[in-house]
Write a protein that binds this ligand. Sequence first.
Ligand SMILES: [Zn+2]
Ligand SMILES: [Zn+2]
Ligand SMILES: [Zn+2]
Length: 135
Amino acid sequence: MTLLKEKKLSETPFRKEVLELFRSYSNAIPMAVIEKGLKTYNRITLYRTIKIFLEKGVIHEIAMSGEPSNYALCKESCSSVLHHHQHVHFKCRLCETVSCVEIKEFPTVSLPNHQIEQLEIQVSGVCSGCLEKDV
Ligand SMILES: [Zn+2]
Ligand SMILES: [Zn+2]
Ligand SMILES: [Zn+2]
């Protein structure tokens, strides 16, 4: 079963193209990169596609403070109701890429009298690719 069918989305050529674009990147990408990567697109259709992908748990949004949002494919079983992510978001200060990094033990947080629905961890520093270049 394809990812789109699994998420109960009809497979339009455009949705497939956007999905392929996400698959071709190993890190999260901002809207500008998505727009550049598409051959032809209608801005409204693109925004609708991104919105429905977010809603259905195909992709997730990473909003780092003061910067345009980045989008990345969901790796785990995200549903149309909730995103369940066991990874942190890492921003490299050198190459400025944002990536989803899996960690073994995702911390749990409990807040008195609050119900937590989402926990996002944002980390910044130097990514593995840049560290290698530095050697
Ligand atoms: Zn997700
Ligand atoms: Zn880097
Ligand atoms: Zn992520």
